[in-house]
Design a protein around this ligand. Sequence first.
Ligand code: SF4
Length: 346
Amino acid sequence: MINLKGLEQHELESLVKEEGESSYRGKQLFTWIYQKGVFNFQEMTNLSMSLREKFSSIWDIQEIRVIKTQISEERDTTKFLFQLSDGEMIEAVLMYFEDRLAVCLSTQVGCAFKCSFCASGLKGWKRNLEPWEIVDQFLQIQKREKDRISNIVFMGIGEPLSNYDHTLKAIKILHDPIGTGIGMRHITISTVGIVPMIKKLAEEGSPIRLAVSLHAPIDELREKLLPIAKKYKIAELMDACRYYQSKIRRRMSFEYTLIKGINDDLELAKKLASLLKGMIAHVNLIPLNPMSEFPYHAPDSKQVKAFQMTLEKFGIPVTVRQERGQDIQAACGQLRLQVEKGKICA
Ligand code: SF4
C-alpha cells in the first residue's frame, strides 16, 4: 500500500487522478493529513463514505509511535522518543519560548559523523529517515500541543545535509501553506559542514537559516573534535558559508560547544572572531553538557563569559545557549542512547 504521508500536494493530486477522482480530492487529503493531523480515512468527513472506503482499501497513512515523553523541570522543554516501524528509535524536542514554539527534529537513525562529544554518533549510522518519518515527528508533536508550532530546527539525530533529498522534501511539505505552513525563514538546518551540500542548498534559493557546527577555529583542533573536518578544511568551509550567505542573504549561525581546556582558550575566541570577520554571523556558545561516555568537561562559567566578551569585543554577536532540559537528556541522541542501553525504560 502507498503511504500517503510524505507526499506533497501535487503528488497527492496526481495519485487521486490516477484513481479516476478529481484532483481537488488530493488537496482535501493533504489538508486532513498535514493541517488537521487526521490519519484515519474514516474521519475525513468531507469525503463520501464510498470514497473513504475506496481510499482506505488502496492507501494508508502511517504513523511513528511516541514511546516516551519527558518534560524538563523548568517545563520549557519536552523530549519525545519515537519508535519507527522497524523498531529503531529517534528523538525530537519541543521547546517553549516566550514568543514561539519550536521543534528540533531528527533526520537519520544514528549518525555517521561521530563528532567526539555527541551521543547521536556513538553507535554509528543505521539509516536515513524517510520524508514521512521526518514530517511525522512534527505532526505527532503538534497533535499533542494546543498552540501552533512555528519554528523548526533540524538539529536532532543525524546530519540533515547527508539525508539531503528527504530533508528537503519534508521541508517542502511542512512549508506548504495549506498544511502546516511553516515559513522557510522559520526553518534552520544545522550542519557539521558538508561543503558540497552547503553549496547545493544555496542553489535552492530558499531562505532557510543555516547553522554551522564549527566548535574550533583552527583545523588541527577541529579535526580532533569532528572527524569530518579532515575532509573539509576550515578555509573551504568558510568559503561555502560565504557563498551561502551571498545567495540567501541571511545571517548565519555558528555553533561552538565550549569544552573545558579543549577549545575555550581566549586566543581561540580571537581566531574565531577573525574567521567571521566581514560576515553577517552570529555565534551560539554552548557550554558542554557532559556525558559519562566522553572524557570532556563543562567549562567554568567565568571562562564562558570571558570567551563571549572576547568575541563581542570584536563585534561578533553572541548568545550563550544553555542546553535546555539537561535533566531529561535533551541533548541530541542522549535519551535514545540511555533507553537502548537499558538505563531508562521506554
Ligand atoms: S553533532 Fe551532528 S553530525 Fe556530529 S555526530 Fe552528532 S548528529 Fe552527527
